[in-house]
Design a protein around this ligand. Structure first.
Ligand code: HEC
Length: 172
């Protein structure tokens, strides 16, 4: 091996490996990104069995701020078609529906509904709902003081039981 050979190699090693490694890493990431697009994501909207029974102004708030997770009428946004964000969105919707589904209101008895109404107001008042991460892309879903007042009044319709009903909860 002659001297020039060695210096050229040494130079090659000091100047280019970073670029090369970076290019390779990007390529691997890109291939992975393409590959995960093939993982199926369930974006189905099951049939609405019984829509929530609420005054129009309440309904408008729920539809605007909650239905993209807590209903069977989810408007899947464009980013719900791009993995890995799609996994996150689908998972949130699945979990949200499990807890509370305004499109399957008929499956809850009146005492459970009363409890849900209360929880809705409480979660919203505390800023837990709508999920803060959702608000980044959906400013229109933010609740105003007026919206909160409407939800509060709706929760108050809870058969007058208020928080008193909390202990004898039956988890159907
Ligand atoms: C981006 C999705 C998303 C949106 C939008 C959203 N939620 Fe939720 N919600 C969830 C998820 C996920 C859970 C379950 C996990 C948790 O409690 O954080 C949940 C839980 C809840 C619970 C608790 C139910 C229980 O059984 O504990 C209530 C009440 C609730 N949401 C009300 C609302 C209301 C009211 C709105 C609209 C003002 C809303 N949510 C908007 C995703 C969402």
């Amino acid at each position: 091996m002659d001297y020039r050979d060695v210096t050229q190699r040494a130079r090659g090693k000091t100047q280019y490996p970073v670029m090369k490694t970076l290019r390779r890493a990007l390529l691997v990431l890109f291939v992975l990104f393409l590959a995960i697009q093939l993982v199926p994501v369930d974006r189905a909207n099951p049939p609405v069995t019984g829509d929530v029974d609420a005054p129009a102004e309440v309904k408008a708030i729920l539809e605007r701020s909650c239905y993209d997770c807590h209903s069977n009428a989810v408007k899947w946004p464009w980013y719900s078609y791009v993995a890995p964000v799609s996994f996150l969105v689908a998972h949130d919707v699945e979990e949200a529906r499990e807890h509370l589904n305004f499109s399957e209101w008929d499956k809850r008895n009146e005492s459970k509904r009363a409890k849900i109404r209360e929880e809705c107001f409480e979660e919203c008042e505390q800023g837990e709902m709508p999920l803060p991460i959702y608000l980044i892309m959906h400013q229109e879903a933010k609740l105003s003081e007026a919206d909160l007042a409407v939800l509060k009044a709706w929760a108050g319709v809870a058969g007058g039981s208020g928080a008193a009903g909390e202990d004898n909860e039956t988890d159907d």
